[in-house]
Write a protein that binds this ligand. Structure first.
Ligand code: SF4
Length: 215
């Protein structure tokens, strides 16, 4: 597969940053506690579905103190339309317990500490920090993976290798690039029937319309 040249990488970067300068997540949340939960639930699940689930969940458990004391059956019940809801329910309660016991009820805003919370891997931590603090970090979900490959920015086989490549190539503005590539992949450069002719502003830099899936 053809790779984007250095010059093309710069043009693609500028185009994404200009178009998605103020882009934010489509997950609904009111504070960093809710954001962390929403991002954790969105693994292998759509933001749309997560947004249907979280109002009742946040209403039942408005703080980590409430969630730490929750009955697992009730949490599973609230999450049942989400993929992997059994594990996610267990993790959410464990996460809240650690936030209460170790961090005085406040979600820690440091990557190394965030990933000590149950169900929070590096990708979730990055998304929380990108969204909450505009941190200069990249996170690669299915959309970012596909878009990176179609634009010849990466030929890596895994999301983590793709993340590394994107960080090396882009260096700055990573939070805008992350948010932008997610939205571009979700609405324009979709897996099936991408809107190449009508809506794509990067058409001339596209290397392939193949659908790439992370391993
Ligand atoms: S031309 Fe189509 S496949 Fe290529 S980047 Fe644009 S939307 Fe995606």
């Amino acid at each position: 597969m053809k790779k984007a040249t250095k010059k093309e990488v710069e043009i693609i970067k500028t185009a994404f940053v200009a178009r998605y300068e103020d882009a934010v997540t489509e997950l609904t949340y009111k504070n960093v506690y809710e954001l962390t939960i929403a991002v954790a639930l969105s693994a292998q699940c759509t933001d749309k579905r997560v947004n249907l689930i979280t109002p009742a969940l946040f209403n039942a458990y408005p703080t980590p103190y409430d969630l730490a004391k929750a009955d697992i059956k009730d949490v599973k019940n609230l999450l049942q339309t989400c993929s992997f809801f059994n594990n996610k329910a267990i993790n959410l309660i464990d996460m809240a317990k650690r936030v209460v016991n170790v961090y005085h009820g406040e979600i820690p805003l440091d990557e190394k500490e965030l990933i000590t919370l149950a169900g929070v891997g590096q990708k979730t931590a990055h998304v929380v920090l990108i969204e909450h603090a505009g941190a200069n970090l990249m996170a690669v979900d299915t959309h970012v993976f596909r878009v990176s490959h179609r634009l010849g920015l990466s030929d890596d086989l895994t999301p983590s290798a793709t993340e590394e490549t994107l960080v090396k190539k882009f260096k700055t503005n990573l939070h805008q690039l992350h948010q932008g590539m997610v939205l571009f992949g979700r609405y324009i450069c979709t897996a099936r029937n991408p809107k190449c002719e009508d809506e794509c502003f990067l058409r001339e830099y596209c290397k392939t319309k193949e659908s790439f899936k992370p391993r």
